[in-house]
Design a protein around this ligand. Structure first.
Ligand code: AMP
Ligand code: GLY
Length: 433
């Protein structure tokens, strides 16, 4: 079959590489893709947020048998609905289910209504009311713009002054655009964070292996929040006990809650979780694969990804056995100097001979006059597997050394975080995992 992948980042390159391995897949197409995806897929240069134009394109290209919608924006805009209504097969939730990511006010309300553990919160559309509330709540406090804001619409405020200024930025100065017309004011939680992704067809939910993201731009979690500067898999503090707790208290109740609301979710549900002293709590939901989580998850998948996608579409996920490799995987993101703020594009990238098994996931790359150049903030993900996290880490960083472009920036501490998690968070070791 011929498969169209919607998206153009490292996540989409990882999906393309996994689908390329499937005996079921003949040819890949990607809209819009990047230089790396272009090596294994035919690129389609169309704005994928123009959902009607995408629908017309897929209608006109009868050779496309299946479409995978990876990014949040087209999902929130209803691309899955658009394609399904035209009789096409898709992977990705409908608009009424993608809202679980697209509106934080919706997801918080859902968790409250169905008793899914999360931080306490209040939602405000009125600035004066929010300002009054902030005067009374505990500090630190977390402010979240309601809508999609590229992972940047969250402010952790350590003082009341910071909270007041942040609220003003969101609600009055519209720093995050319309996303900030409604604001969630949330209790600050502490603990290690884990990205727990799962496939679901609305009846069955099957978790993937876990991973940990590094959202801040610089080492030791300093600097601004980014889309993610690197990941490793699996999370060291996520044993069978935690897995069971998350399945019973978070994953299954979320799938049921969405069904009860008439918003059946089919696709990848991403649970951003925090291990607090009071148990696992949901920090956020995403309605899609994570980026750069996917770059460390899919290389560990033994099962045919296309088979899983089709099982989700056809609601027979229960019949599929999903298997994962042992060991660990690390992805180090190479970014343009200045990211997540302003950065230059068009820098030539040189890639030396990489060690066997090391996979490059292209994000912001393009071909210009036959040369590989940078075209975005996050440029490449260098991904390596190993028997242990330490081995995977060493291999990834040894290969980072072989890649160069002007003003290249990357974190040196991917995979180190949470090494001493019991001590850092003062946990009882025996009851930890
Ligand atoms: P989100 O976009 O909701 O995932 O938030 C981005 C990041 O902000 C998370 O990965 C956490 O590190 C942090 N964060 C969000 N909500 C909270 C909270 N209630 N308490 C502490 N940290 C939080
Ligand atoms: N890496 C965070 C995300 O995909 O939302």
């Amino acid at each position: 079959m011929n498969v169209l992948i919607i998206g153009n980042g490292g996540r989409e390159h990882a999906i393309a590489q996994a689908l390329k391995k499937s005996p079921k897949v003949d040819k890949l197409y990607a809209m819009k893709g990047n230089a790396g995806i272009g090596e294994i897929a035919e690129l389609v240069n169309l704005d994928y947020c123009d959902i009607k134009a995408v629908g017309d394109w897929v209608d006109a290209h009868k050779e496309i048998d299946y479409t995978v919608i990876a990014p949040d924006d087209p999902l929130a805009l209803g691309l899955a609905d658009e394609l399904e209504s035209r009789g096409h097969r898709v992977f990705g939730p409908r608009k009424n289910a993608a809202i679980i990511e697209a509106s934080k006010a919706f997801s918080k309300e859902l968790m409250k209504k169905y008793g899914i553990p999360t931080a306490k919160y209040e939602t405000f559309s009125n600035y004066e009311e929010a300002e009054q509330y902030i005067k009374t709540c505990d500090i630190p406090v977390v402010l979240k713009a309601d809508g999609l804001a590229l992972g940047k619409g969250v402010l952790i405020c350590k003082t009341r002054e910071e909270a007041e200024a942040g609220l003003k930025e969101m609600m009055l100065d519209k720093k995050f655009g319309l996303a900030g017309s409604k604001v969630v004011v949330e209790e600050f939680l502490e603990g290690p964070e884990v990205s727990a992704l799962a496939f679901t067809d609305g009846k069955t939910i099957k978790p993937m292996i876990t991973s940990c993201d590094h959202k801040r731009a610089y080492d030791n979690d300093e600097g601004l929040n980014t889309g993610g500067m690197g990941t490793f898999s699996p999370a060291p503090f996520y044993g069978e006990k935690t897995e069971k707790e998350v399945m019973e208290k978070i994953m299954l109740p979320t799938v049921s809650a969405m069904n009860a609301e008439g918003r059946t979710f089919k696709g990848v549900l991403y649970f951003g979780l925090m291990k607090t002293k009071d148990g696992m709590k949901v920090i956020e939901y995403n309605s899609r694969f994570g980026d750069p989580e996917t770059q460390v998850i899919l290389p560990m998948l033994k099962t045919d990804l296309m088979e899983i996608f089709e099982a989700v579409t056809d609601e027979r996920l229960a019949d599929i056995n999903i298997e994962w490799e042992d060991g660990a995987c690390v992805c180090v993101v190479l970014a343009s100097g200045g990211y997540p703020e302003s950065y230059e594009k068009g820098k030539e990238i040189s890639v030396g001979d990489l060690d066997e098994g090391v996979v490059l996931c292209h994000a912001g790359t393009a071909l210009k006059e036959g040369k590989l150049v940078t075209s975005g903030g996050r440029v490449l993900g260098v991904c390596a597997k190993g028997e242990t996290l330490e081995a995977a880490r060493k291999k990834a960083y040894a290969n980072v050394e072989k890649i160069h472009f002007e003003k290249m920036h990357y974190r040196k501490d991917i995979g180190i975080k949470y090494k001493n998690v019991e001590r850092e968070y003062d946990y009882d070791l025996q009851n930890f995992c």
